[in-house]
Design a protein around this ligand. Structure first.
Ligand code: XIL
Length: 346
């Protein structure tokens, strides 16, 4: 067996992977147990899966991941309590069956806001109470800042303003206790205006006593974007607020965005692309290690190149055909040049 990634970086941070349940078994499961010290659900803990209908909580799949993490002594991140995506519509439908975002009467708007915040509290409180002894870090809110800066104009925002963010953190603290580690998670945290607006939001919330313990940098990155300097600057910036740093969804796409042209199949990807990617991984982990006073967890958004959400993008922008290859294990689950590069300490 190739040396365990978790062992290699043990002194610095945990190495994690996002998983679907089928990956707890077979070859993925073996890699997971050998190389990783932390897991997160790629989907099954999102609100759409946990509470598909109001009051009907569905725990089966989340429980399976919790059991696996406990059995194999892995850290477990919870992703995600609140998000604008993969959230069931019922949250935003009022008691008359109308969409809350369309409401024009100020009194009814106020009532809707209260109702939505109650629903949020029930969701967050119920989940945190159930899993508080199992979860090492919670993504409390995900992607609340818009790409153009400012708060994302999600349904949550349109109905409650920024109150949903505050209520989510306060409720997680209330039910999870002082030991619960509460994270705010986002992508493109290296890029302005988003970076500075996220920073300003967190600073303001902390000033108001909102309990935020950590920043999750998703880190869906590309071969040459963002720059290493931008990545380092952002990590240092948020660390300056006293937050713990997690890299929560690392993948290194071979493409820009949109990914045009994408390679049709894995076999079409030239070795040279894998070499460039390896160098990127080397630089990245050298940087992470140099910042290990700040970073406590580095989680990949998948295990091996056979299963990555990035394929959806490659396909979407290339007439339904395209393959990405963002990880350090290939489609056959063998180590890639990127693996040797990230493990090297030269
Ligand atoms: C993605 C999953 O990987 C896909 O399987 C799913 O279809 C959509 O969501 N940012 C996040 C993650 O915070 O939850 C997303 O996960 C990827 C982008």
């Amino acid at each position: 067996d190739a040396e365990s990634m978790q062992d290699r970086f043990e002194a610095s941070f945990d190495i994690g992977a996002a998983v679907e349940l089928y990956q707890l078994e077979g070859e993925h499961g073996e890699i997971l147990k050998h190389h990783y010290g932390s897991v997160v659900a790629e989907n099954v803990m999102k609100p759409l899966y946990i509470q598909p209908e109001e009051g009907e909580f569905y725990w089966d799949e989340a429980d399976q991941l919790v059991a696996f993490a406990n059995e194999h002594d892995l850290e477990l991140r919870y992703h995600t309590l609140i998000w604008h995506s993969q959230v069931p519509e019922w949250f935003f439908i009022d008691e008359e069956g109308n969409e809350m975002v369309d409401e024009e009467d100020p009194d009814q708007q106020e009532a809707n806001k209260e109702l939505l915040l109650e629903r949020l509290e029930t969701h967050v409180g119920t989940v945190v109470e159930r899993y508080k002894d199992d979860i090492d870090a919670w993504d409390v809110v995900n992607e609340v800042i818009d790409d153009e800066g400012g708060l994302r104009e999600s349904e949550w925002y349109q109905i409650t303003g920024d109150e949903y963010i505050k209520r989510a953190f306060h409720t997680a603290r209330e039910y999870g206790g002082e030991d619960a580690k509460l994270f705010i998670n986002d992508y493109n945290t290296e890029i302005n205006p988003k970076r500075d607006d996220l920073y300003a939001l967190v600073e303001e919330l902390l000033d108001e006593g909102v309990p935020i313990d950590g920043i999750g940098h998703q880190s869906h990155i590309q071969l040459d974007w963002p720059t290493l300097e931008e990545i380092e600057e952002s990590i240092r910036l948020f660390d300056g607020l006293g937050l713990e740093t997690h890299i929560t969804e690392l993948d290194v796409s071979l493409y820009g965005y949109p990914p045009t042209p994408a390679f049709d199949t894995y076999a079409d990807i030239p070795d040279e692309a894998f070499e460039v990617q390896a160098e990127r991984y080397h630089q990245l982990f050298t940087l992470y290690e140099s910042l290990d006073e700040m970073i406590t967890n580095v989680t990949f958004w998948g295990i091996a190149d056979d299963h990555t959400w990035l394929d959806d993008r490659a396909e979407e922008f290339n007439d339904g055909i395209g393959k990405d290859a963002p990880f350090v294990f290939d489609v056959d689950k063998n180590v890639k040049p990127a693996y040797w590069a990230m493990m090297s300490d030269e």
